[in-house]
Design a protein around this ligand. Structure first.
Ligand SMILES: [Zn+2]
Length: 404
């Protein structure tokens, strides 16, 4: 079937292919295998401290395949940025093979592949993370992974993942924090960092959708409850996604009002609560080495003003100034999924339209192997996605700041 048979004319195809993403050059630093690329627990803590102190954030790129994983690594290397690569529950299922659909197997396969190939990017450090884990998936996904990692650590190894998210946004706050408290204890033993979510993110991800309503805004009082229950680092390191009108997926501007200033209100309220003794924890930098190396110049002082290391979900389509404001309030991790998905697929579409008579066997012809070889469209798609990762690093301020 040619594009014209699909109701698309040649002018449209030309327009589409001309607008295809720029093709970035691969930075020439690959190969000298100078050290670990997957972050140790301590290095991850340093990364998050550096971001909180430096007023920037890391993109956390969702991947679902080795192609998109390689694209994320390529992008971080090109941007000279450390970063976070993550799988969702559906992504982990898919990673294991669609006839297998085992999310623990898929997660471990993702991590094993990442550990192998990442060693060839010696100038950056990347942390591996599991994204939203709702209550119904805990027993068959994050809890088994944590048990596996506790065993790895007990045997003197680094854990497969560096952080896991518990998404309690669909349960009442008390229950959310009960489960968070239990998982935080496990995380300490697993040498992983926990991510929690307070309030509900709207929109659709992995086939799950949430209402777009008032619950999209968490409150400063929620922040105080979190600090009272989980501490501020001394009982285990965690990041917190407080919702401030976030939605998953791509929405036209104006549907939902993002209120990034709410993150500043939450940080301020908790800092005040500490000063007033309503929260007995002392906010602290994540990495002990960070405190030692920055003795007297404020790892903990920064933490005192921004008690939480925050996460920004559902940022696709947000305005640059909204993102900048969120980051200024202590966002250190921003999830990027929809925009990199589109970048990848957009390049595949361009390839298929441009070479439709090569990728298809039309009118008894044989097509052209060089166009239907999955590497031909795959490498274009990976480079386009890598370029979008570079853009995210530049926007969030992590570009050029790899700690190595
Ligand atoms: Zn999310």
């Amino acid at each position: 079937m040619s594009p014209s048979q699909m109701g698309i004319n040649h002018a449209d195809v030309r327009k589409l292919t001309c607008r295809s993403g720029r093709s970035p050059s691969v930075s020439g630093r690959l190969g000298d295998n100078g050290g670990m690329t997957i972050a140790t627990h301590e290095r991850y803590a340093q990364m998050l401290d550096a971001a909180r102190r430096g007023g920037y954030a890391y993109p956390a790129i969702n991947v679902t395949s080795t192609q998109t994983l390689n694209a994320a690594l390529q992008g971080f290397a090109e941007a000279e940025s450390d970063g976070i690569i993550q799988v969702s529950v559906g992504g982990a299922d898919y990673f294991s093979g669609q006839s297998v659909r085992d999310r623990v197997i898929g997660s471990l396969a993702f991590a094993a592949f990442a550990h192998e190939v990442a060693a060839r990017y010696p100038h950056i450090v990347v942390a591996l993370h599991t994204d939203h884990c709702a209550r119904q998936y805990l027993d068959e996904w994050v809890r088994p992974l944590l048990r596996h990692e506790i065993d790895q650590v007990a045997h003197g190894r680094e854990p497969a993942f560096q952080s896991h998210m518990w998404d309690g946004s669909t349960v009442p706050l008390g229950e959310n924090l009960d489960i968070a408290e239990e998982l935080l204890e496990q995380s300490v033993k697993a040498h992983t960092i926990l991510e929690i979510e307070i309030g509900a993110v709207g929109g659709e991800e992995d086939g799950h959708s949430a209402q777009i309503d008032e619950k999209l805004y968490s409150t400063p009082a929620d922040g105080v409850k979190v600090a009272q229950r989980l501490g501020l680092g001394e009982r285990g390191l965690y990041m917190a996604a407080f919702t401030f009108g976030n939605v998953h997926g791509a929405y036209k501007p104006g549907i939902v009002k993002l209120r990034p200033e709410l993150l500043g209100d939450i940080q301020h309220e908790v800092a005040e609560a500490v000063r007033a003794g309503r929260v007995t924890s002392m906010p602290r930098a994540f990495a002990d080495s960070w405190r030692d190396a920055n003795d007297g110049i404020g790892g903990d002082e920064v933490a005192a003003e921004k008690p939480f290391a925050l996460v920004f979900h559902g940022g696709s389509g947000s305005r640059p100034e909204e993102i900048a404001e969120a980051v200024s309030h202590g966002v250190v991790k921003m999830n990027v999924d929809t925009d990199t998905q589109y970048a990848f697929t957009r390049a595949v579409a361009a390839h298929m339209f441009e070479h439709y008579d090569g990728v298809l066997k039309i009118d008894g012809e044989v097509g052209e192997k060089r166009f239907y070889d999955p590497r031909s469209w795959g490498s274009e798609a990976e480079s386009a996605m890598a370029a979008r990762v570079v853009e995210a690093c530049q926007q969030l301020g992590s570009a050029g700041r790899a700690l190595k």
